[in-house]
Structures are given as C-alpha cells and as structure tokens.
Ligand binder design. Structure first.
Ligand code: Q46
Ligand code: ZN
Ligand code: ZN
Length: 320
C-alpha cells in the first residue's frame, strides 16, 4: 500500500483537506486547526483578552477537540477556560462521557465543572422527558442550554463556548431553507451576544471547522473522547438527511459548506425575524421571550414546579 504523505513535511498524512488541497500529518493538522480556530475567534470577535470562558464539553469528538484547541490558544490570546460537563444520567453513555471529559481535562491541566442533572433536579434526562411527554432529545437540548447559561451567568463567565461545527451549522441552514424557517436563518451566527445579567455571550469556535478534521485530530493525538453515539441519537431526522446530503456535495465540490455558512451569516439580516424582544423570566430571572422561560415552563409541566431558580442557586454555589 502506498503511504499518503503530508503536503508540508512528507511525514505520513492523517487527513486530506479537500477545500485547501492539503494532506496533513498529525503535527501539521494540529497547527492547521489551532490557526483556523484562532482566526475564527478573531474574525467573529468571540473572546477578548482577560476573559473567562465556560466551554461545554460533552465528551464527544467535536467538543473534546474544541477544548484541546482552545487550551492551546489561552496563552497567546490571553483568555481562561473552564470545561463544563452536564451528566445526563444516560446509562453507560453518560459514565463514559464523564470519564472522557475528566481524563481530557486532566491531560490539559484544567479542572472541569461537572454537574449531574439528577443531583440538581432529582431525575435523569429520560425520566424528565417521559414526565414532560416530550422527545428525549428536545428535553436534553433544553437542559444543556439552560444549565450552561445559568452556570456562566451565576459564576461570572464572560462567554460560553459550544462545539458546533461547520457540518452542524450547514445542516441547520439547509434544513431551515427546506422548511422555510426564515427566523432560524436570521439567527444563524458564530456569536450570540450577551444580554446583561440574563444570558452570557455564546460562541462557536469550530464554526468554520469540519468534523472529519476533528476526528482525525482526536484519533491521531489520542485524545480521550467517547466514540459511540448516544443511544437516543436519531438517524432519521431531516437535519441528519441534510448532513448526509451536504457531505456528498462537499465531497464533489470542496469548500461548499464553508461558503454556505459564511454566506448565510453575512446576509442573515435579509431574513425576517432576527429581532425577538427578550426579558427576564418571572420565575428564574434568566433570558426569556415571554413572561416565563421555556425551561421553567418545561420543569413546571414535568416536575410540578418551575425549577430555574433552584438550578441557578445550585450552580452559583459551585466552587471552581
Ligand atoms: S445527548 Fe441528548 Fe444528544 Fe443523546 S439525548 Fe439526544 S440530545 S442524542 S447531542
Ligand atoms: Zn507534516
Ligand atoms: Zn425561568
């Protein structure tokens, strides 16, 4: 078998980057990704010097790679990161995810903030979803968003970082076009600005990075991550079909994903519905579009009372 060599140094290549016409070895892949994340942070003004960032890490390949790449930039860009992991209580999968996050954080010299949904709400994500009568992923997504923001606001972080990749964002864009969700397109962004006291700035440092590169990165650098999918991941959703369609298009037309993602962000003001008024939830005081936020409404339905205030109290008491 012929060994494929790095375009830059001739060592064994671990990945081919079609749109950049490059094959890279593990060392040059890391250099490439660190540079790309640095440029993304600068281009979209994600993180300023001296800021503190709470990085959401699920234990999967994307957020694990994000944590490692952000850790490589803290000195140069002058910010601080703390990993944040929410233990969902999914049998087998959650234990493995938690272990991967703790191991990776240890390797990077970081102390992770690990919070168990069960410890705070007395119920795991599946039980919560059953009581709410909602799909488990919808409930899980709401929990992750709320806990991350509540922790960041309560503990005084300037921003939260999430591991959404160009693959994720482009799939959501295609889905939004197909379902004529113009409000969703208007909200497509690498950065959602902070709302004073109600929401921390939300940034996506992997906005212009492909998952194929991240997988090659975590494998070639042997970073701890959970390889298996969550047992509740659905492969039949429209957004999953959009991912597959875009992967095929990217293969035939390298660079298509990035131009779609950048193009929509540049022109998102042409889509109606970008400016939704927000206010403080009357139950918990965090961001809401109505009188009571969606998390407090969801917990009231599933658990008999709005739980936002309890979550906030718990998280604000954590020591870093
Ligand atoms: S963790 Fe949660 Fe995902 Fe599992 S339950 Fe669904 S949303 S699939 S990213
Ligand atoms: Zn090389
Ligand atoms: Zn609330």
């Amino acid at each position: 078998m012929v060994m494929v060599r790095c375009s830059l140094c001739g060592e064994a290549a671990v990945v081919r980057i079609g749109y950049a016409r490059l094959r890279l070895c593990r060392a040059h892949l890391r250099e490439y990704l660190v540079r790309r994340v640095r440029r993304t942070i600068e281009r979209y003004k994600m993180i300023g010097q001296g800021e503190r960032v709470l990085a959401a890490v699920s234990g999967g390949k994307d957020s694990s790679a994000m944590l490692s790449l952000l850790a490589a930039l803290t000195g140069e860009l002058g910010f601080e990161i703390v990993p944040f992991h929410l233990d969902l209580g999914i049998e087998g999968y959650s234990e493995a995810s938690r272990r991967a996050v703790e191991e990776l954080s240890g390797m990077l010299g970081l102390k992770p903030l690990v919070v168990s949904v069960r410890d705070v709400l007395g119920v795991r994500v599946l039980g919560f979803a059953r009581r709410a009568g909602r799909p488990v992923c919808a409930v899980c997504g709401a929990l992750k968003r709320y806990f991350l923001n509540a922790a960041a606001v309560g503990l005084g972080f300037d921003a939260v970082a999430v591991g959404h990749t160009a693959d994720d964002v482009s799939a959501y864009i295609l889905k939004a076009f197909l379902t004529q969700d113009w409000g969703g397109l208007a909200k497509t962004s690498a950065v959602n600005e902070a709302v004073d006291g109600l929401a921390a700035r939300r940034v996506k440092p992997l906005f212009e990075v492909h998952e194929k590169e991240l997988l090659a990165y975590v494998l070639s650098w042997r970073l701890p991550f959970v390889g298996e999918e969550c047992p509740y991941a659905r492969l039949s959703t429209l957004v999953f079909d959009c991912r597959r369609a875009l992967a095929m298009l990217e293969h035939r037309r390298p660079g298509l994903r990035l131009s779609l993602v950048r193009g929509v962000v540049r022109s998102r003001s042409i889509f109606p519905g970008s400016e939704e008024p927000v206010r403080a939830c009357s139950a918990c005081g965090l961001i809401s579009s109505g009188d009571v936020c969606s998390f407090c409404r969801l917990t009231a339905k599933a658990l008999g009372e709005p739980m936002g205030a309890r979550v906030r109290e718990y998280l604000s008491g954590l020591s870093l």
